[in-house]
Design a binder for this molecule. Structure first.
Ligand code: ZN
Length: 97
């Protein structure tokens, strides 16, 4: 479970970037559930890099979630995945048969 809010928001990894808007909108931070004025500097989260489903979050909440390991980047997620055997390992396995 990488996302604080369960459901369709849950994603294995996120790309993120700083954001600040001139729109007079208010978002709800998906990490703490509190309001987030678009005018304040904050962080945009893209689930698995997708613009669709992106969320606006407090930068402090993002930093805390990153520290706790709840919000992984693509590279961090990839490191948790098993790697396929190398070519040499596959040749050795074939010769051992
Ligand atoms: Zn927040």
């Amino acid at each position: 479970m990488l996302w604080a809010v369960p459901g369709p928001l849950a994603s294995r990894w996120y790309s993120m970037r700083r954001a600040q808007s001139t729109k007079p909108a208010t978002y709800r931070c998906p990490l703490c559930g509190r309001r987030l004025p678009a005018l304040s500097e904050h962080t945009l989260l893209f689930p698995e890099g997708q613009a669709q489903g992106r969320r606006h979050a407090h930068t402090a909440c993002v930093l805390a979630a990153r520290r706790d390991g709840r919000l992984l980047t693509r590279e961090e997620f990839a490191r948790t995945q098993p790697r396929p055997p190398s070519l040499l390992a596959r040749i050795r396995a074939r010769l051992a048969r």
